[in-house]
Design a protein around this ligand. Sequence first.
Ligand code: MG
Length: 382
Amino acid sequence: MQKLAPYSAHSEHSKGRQYAEGSPSYRSEFQRDRDRIIHSAAFRRLEYKTQVFVNHEGDLFRTRLTHSIEVAQIARSIARELDFNEDLTEAISLAHDLGHTPFGHSGQDALNACMKDYGGFEHNLQSLRVVDQLEQKYAEFPGINLTYETREGILKHCSKKNAIELGEIGQRFIEGRQPGLEAQLANLADSIAYNNHDVDDGLRCSLITVEQLRETRLFAMQCETVSKLYPQLEGRRMINETVRRMINHLVVDLIENSRARLLDSGVRDIEQVRDYAEPLLMHSDDVARDSLELKQFLRRNLYEHYRVLRMSKKAARVIREMFQAFMDDYRILPTQYHALSSEMAGDSESALARVIADYIAGMTDRFAITEYRRLFEPGELT
Ligand code: MG
């Protein structure tokens, strides 16, 4: 059994599930959550969804699935060291991107614009919707009926307007409270993972160079150490040695800084963590500054690189045109969605828009491309 700090989430004190169920026999409540996430259809789809690059660009690039596994790896290491609940940390990490659209952020922005008059589209909220409603696995309830603590971690951000509609799980956004430590950790591990793997993937496809990256303190510092220790090292091994040291540097800083903050704060249980004025998990000021610098570097040089922008614009067009075609005539949606649209809210336009958003958000990159061709290319089979 893992030793748990008093301020971590304890399975036996969970706030429970939306639909009451008996306790699992040989697992904790959070292990059961983790297992349900892994067995969900939305989790399998992560393999064919991407953040920056489109899925077919190459077999070595991160997908949302490998990204989520890297987040879980980083978060679990830290959870074990700080005596947080490792099972809950893993569950949140593996579920954190379940609601993402195809084609990364451009897909989400495009779908949000399409949904402007119908309540908008937000991937965090969609992740919660996936586990609360959209998965269809159990006879007795919709969704996969996760514990409050896992759902709290999945809902990373939320507007006040949406928070009001969500009830208990949205309450903290209205009251300005914090989530538990495992949720805070999964969130930070997400940034550590994507900043570093985007450096790696960006170099792999030559959209950014080692010389450019030396402008950033995080990269320059580790790269310099590597050159001193191994002056002969070059190419992939030099990059890999540098990136692994960057991850390690960030992880060690997060552990040490957070440990000190937890001690200073005097918090004794998860409710005090939630009541604390600010998140207890944080990087030191220097490392937070350097991480932000790297993030801004990636935005300027990678996410806004003309080749990435072209792909993003194309992706946005695919989403927009599909959405519009389905809104114009919902009868071209697959049959199972017709029933759903009338069942959900008496055939109103917003309900239809939401059904379409769920359908599009659930698509993988390659399914979206195929569906787009089926809809718009005359020679394509439907
Ligand atoms: Mg993520």
